[in-house]
Design a protein around this ligand. Sequence first.
Ligand SMILES: [Zn+2]
Ligand SMILES: [Zn+2]
Length: 342
Amino acid sequence: MTATMPAYTLHSAASHGTLTRRPVPIITEPEDVLVRITMTGICGTDRAILLGEAAAAPGVVLGHESAGRVAAVGAAVRSLRGGDRVVVNPTYYCTACPMCRRGRMALCRAKDGHEIGVDRDGTMAQYALVPERFVHPIPDELPDQRAALVEPLACVLNNLRRAAPRWDDTILVVGGGPIGALCALVLTCRGFRVQLTEPDPRRAALVREALPRSVEVTAVADLVRPPDLVIDTVGTMPGIGIDLVGDGGTILVMGERLGSVARIPLHRLATGAIRLVGAGPYAPADFRSALKLAPGLPLESLVSHEIPLDRAGEAMTMLGVPDPADGYAALKILLTMSAADA
Ligand SMILES: [Zn+2]
Ligand SMILES: [Zn+2]
């Protein structure tokens, strides 16, 4: 009899998620690693997939921000052993395509069918099967709650590397979701002056509670001087924040909204020496940087709820899925897997 496990899957491309049972994946390749997942964060991408605002394969197990333990390894795996605590890098690269060979793994051309939680089964399940090069051991002192946030941290580090703020920059983060909060947390821990703006009062209260007091949660109207860097984590500003940023400043667009279009006054862009930046997916080096920095960053402070996988539907409701009009009743939710589910 095939062993089964609980899994939260995309029922159809633009519809809803379903809690179901799936066969436990079986190691077939020598470099395969079977990871028993302990925690998986719910990401804005999962939300967008469930709302039909981002593409994913019907039937796929969702989830890509995870912590776990190695359950079993293929014959060729040397860097990991059963029981090792690990995190999974879900951003595929093949090492062989023209972009990978030029060292631009983030822009790998062979991602189709390999993106964990998008078009290959993800981590909202008891187990996930992942090639060895995407499984990273973590130190004992890194709690699972923090380890599950290493993936979004890699995303933030990639974006901040591209925006390259100067130490004396004033930074405005637009959007108080987990990514906005994570940007603000990293920057304030690194000594930057950070303000964050979030129009939804419930979300503003959640983010104010989660972040150190050094981050000023404020309304745009109350900004005293124009920020040097505007980080748009929402992706819906009609002028991408060009009316907010100071001369010589930078606008970093992190919010990925399919079909979102902005009108940019090019005269202001040219005369104000404004830099407009998009970062794309992170590279393997960003993931390694995130692993290195995580022990010094209190990432788990962004976790507002831990909810068992069998209540995933309830967790999604708290994030406005399926009805966005319900708004957000949570910041970062971690889905937890009990060992007894296996
Ligand atoms: Zn994510
Ligand atoms: Zn490639």
